[in-house]
Design a protein around this ligand. Sequence first.
Ligand SMILES: *Cc1c(COP(=O)(O)O)cnc(C)c1O
Length: 455
Amino acid sequence: MNDQMRKLLTQTAACGATYLEQLDGRVVWPSSEAVAALAQFDEPMPAEPMAPSDVVDMLSEIGAPATVASAGPRYFGFVTGGSLPAALAANWLAGAWDQNAGLHVMSPVAAKLEEVALRWLLDLLELPDGCGGAFTTGATMANLTSLAAGRHAVLESAGWDVEAQGLFGAPPITVVVGDEVHVSLVKALGLLGLGRERVHRVPVDSQGRMRADLLPRMSGPTIVCVQAGNVNSGATDPIGEIAAAAHAAGAWVHVDGAFGLWAAAAPARAHLVAGVESADSWATDAHKWLNVPYDCGLAFVRDAQAMRAAMGIGAAYLTAGDKREPYHHTPEMSRRARGIEVWAALKSLGRRGVADLIERNCRHAARFAEGLRAAGHRVLNDVVLNQVVVEFGGEATTRRVIEAIQRDGTCWCGATTWQSRPAMRISVSSWATTDADIEKSLAVMLRIAKDLRGN
Ligand SMILES: *Cc1c(COP(=O)(O)O)cnc(C)c1O
């Protein structure tokens, strides 16, 4: 192309590298000045062009300071991984390639890397060979994709073609979820016409796990949604037991394993998701625990044909070949080639690297729990995975401690309510987090809690 493009991309790479280098030394949540300075973006639609290098400078100067340092080592909010070096680099390169991953003919490399990555993931997560797989924006859409396949299959068994006829006049589908179901799965059910509120909610135990002994009697078209990795406690439903009961009644079993499914990739944690492979479909995220850039989710369906039936389309200009066509598996048609960075992440880590990442984050969560307990704070969950839920005294004190920790800026943790108790949620999900980051963050939490509790 031309020298200007090279200059621009080199300038941008330098900005990105400098940003990442400085992350460790800055406050995790941006300063109020930096957030206020975003007002500089509030200008009318510009009439005239601006040089691309000036556009990048403006982003760097006004935008970068108002980012949340979630790419850094001490962000413990939500379940947010940083970006692995190889995944970020692949994401940049893929941006330069600008491939449309919808069809094989539009990008052989995107189609190939997507296929390879899906095959590796089935192996790594110990899911059945031959599953259909798809890349989505996140676990919300992965849940939708998998549940659409389930909706197809259970209605097909009842003699109904839901893709052709919709749900008007269809046999009703019973949907079973745990009381701690993730809100995004409920939304996916709503989008599929299965209703956000007409679900049967099964009570949960102290860790938020569905009580298998309280499953309803099931008959007719039924979809049972279980969870691997509760967003607060990290606990996984007794999937094997639930799946056995559900399958005996002919039901479809779907697993929302947005981050919890990754326990299967770490030998010392795999027991936590025992039985997960007995389900019919799975949704997970790569942008959480695999640490690829946003956005990237994954859907897997044991009966690849059901996924094809739910998501496939045809048109005269879309010639069907014998190759796997990405767009027959997802809600979208044109989309970015997420398979490239997932391939890069898996290639750079290898099986051992993925296991180390998961195990290290779990060990770090356990260290947080140990340190908090030793100082007299109440950890509300069994810390088995990467999640810690802790309270610092009563409701008001807990709120004040969380706010003060967030303001301090050394690390960032979010507030939650766990079984009616206001608490702080710590999620350790990044490759960048070291032992020293945990000790530094723990020391800050304990100092702030001590100051505010006066003990
Ligand atoms: C994060 C999460 C989701 C939603 O995932 P997105 O990638 O944000 O769409 C669904 N279920 C669980 C258990 C989650 O942790």
